[in-house]
Design a binder for this molecule. Structure first.
Ligand code: SF4
Ligand code: SF4
Length: 414
């Protein structure tokens, strides 16, 4: 039995997991008592109604694969790949199984078994996220292609078409200064984390965050050496690369003078940065941070007498902070989107790699959006925003997708 287990080679540095071994994965998976309490919370199980697409089923597959009872077949690959990493199962588990560690770990172990050419290609594709300029140029190129190419299933499910449909309308990338002082005396200093995709796709939200923070008296620093948070790599079976990015970010933010907090506008990045452990200041979602301090009296928000829908991203652990913050806007009617407990389907890169699943999970949310008659949808995560915006375009709805900070900044009186 022992000899059939998958080996972990230390020669494949891009993918090699720095901490988790197959033995540790098996040990963790043994905590699962197969009670099934997680099944109703799992979005992929709800859609597929197949045990292999449930947390319990995936844990059993991981155990069988690692102990050599099952070969690594395309069917097994499909079951593991469809997992969105939303971690709704962890919250429901009475045995406190660390499912996130299991799914990331098995992806890392399987990555090392890929053919060398496939590994090389995969590495190059993932490596794009560490090269902001290349990422931006690629996205601009995709936007030159007509949006209608992304429509019409079943051919509409090809990955290129999918990417065309997801690409937001880009303006020129912002060239960030190192420091943005407030108009008067600073109440303190915070750092802004830009991210890899969000520095382009969410640059309007980043700009709003910077402007709002300055209006509230905060000095904002934007360390130049910061990189992708590494979440995409960690969840895609390339933990060594995630580790490298972590070290780069620790160096970039460690060089800043004393900071009150490092702020993120993308909850997926924030959740991963919190796992770093060693950063010079706490990682906070910007909504949570803005709730912690009283606002100056002269900063007043304009009323907004209309319904505004709110999507709670799975990675935003403190979704209540968003509602608390937005309720400061007079007359606003916040509507939590029906089915908020279930992932929208974007999960990591699943919105590209698993389009059928991603769309099946988005469909009921678009129906809820139609019903609540909101003309604005708020979400705090980059992938969710891209996924919703593409679905809304395809459905021909007239709904604006914004980050909560954009709406807040818009409502500031001049
Ligand atoms: S992470 Fe989400 S999709 Fe994956 S098994 Fe858990 S609940 Fe299901
Ligand atoms: S709830 Fe926890 S212990 Fe029960 S089947 Fe799911 S993962 Fe296993």
């Amino acid at each position: 039995m022992e000899s059939a287990r998958l080996p972990v080679s230390d020669s494949r540095r891009f993918f090699a997991h720095p901490t988790v071994t197959p033995e540790q994965l098996l040990h963790e998976s043994d905590r699962c008592v197969k009670c099934g309490l997680c099944l109703p919370h799992c979005p992929t199980y709800q859609i597929m109604q197949d045990e292999g697409d449930s947390p319990r089923g995936r844990i059993a597959l991981i155990q069988a694969l690692l102990s050599g009872k099952l070969p690594d077949t395309p069917r097994l690959h499909a079951h593991l790949n469809r997992c969105l990493g939303c971690l709704a199962c962890e919250g429901a588990c009475p045995s406190a199984v660390n499912y996130g560690r299991l799914i990331d770990g098995i992806r890392a172990v399987r990555s090392q078994r890929r053919h060398v050419a496939r590994r090389w290609l995969y590495r190059k594709a993932l490596g794009l996220f560490t090269k902001p300029r290349l990422l931006f140029s690629g996205a601009r190129l995709l936007r030159l292609l007509p949006r209608r190419w992304s429509a019409a299933p079943p051919s509409g499910h090809s990955r290129l078409r999918r990417l065309i449909g997801l690409c937001p309308d880009f303006s020129r990338p912002i060239v960030w200064q190192a420091v943005y002082p407030p108009a008067g005396e600073a109440v303190g200093r915070v750092a802004l984390f830009l991210g890899c995709i969000s520095r382009f796709s969410d640059q309007a939200a980043l700009l709003s965050a910077r402007q709002l923070l300055n209006r509230l008296g905060w000095e904002v620093v934007v360390p130049a050496g910061q990189a992708c948070c590494g979440a995409l790599f960690q969840h895609a079976g390339a933990p060594a690369m995630a580790q490298k990015l972590k070290i780069q970010n620790q160096a970039a933010f460690g060089g800043s003078q004393p900071l009150e907090a490092i702020l993120t506008i993308a909850s997926g990045c924030g959740a991963h940065l919190k796992e770093y452990g060693a950063l010079p200041a706490p990682i906070l979602d910007i909504s949570s941070f803005l709730n912690q301090y009283p606002w100056p009296e002269q900063v007043v928000l304009k009323p907004l007498p209309q319904p505004v829908a709110v999507h709670d991203a799975c990675s935003l652990r403190a979704a209540g902070a968003v509602y608390q913050l937005l309720n400061q806007i007079p007359e606003i009617e916040l509507i939590p989107l029906a089915g908020n407990a279930l992932c929208c389907g974007a999960g990591g890169i699943n919105l590209i790699t698993e389009p059928q699943m991603a769309d099946a999970l988005l469909r009921p949310k678009l129906t809820s959006l139609r019903c609540c008659q909101a003309t604005i949808l708020l979400t705090s995560n980059t992938g969710c925003a891209l996924h919703f915006a593409a679905g809304i375009r395809r459905a021909g709805l007239d709904i604006e997708v914004l980050h909560p900070i954009q709406l807040l900044e818009r409502q500031l009186r001049p």
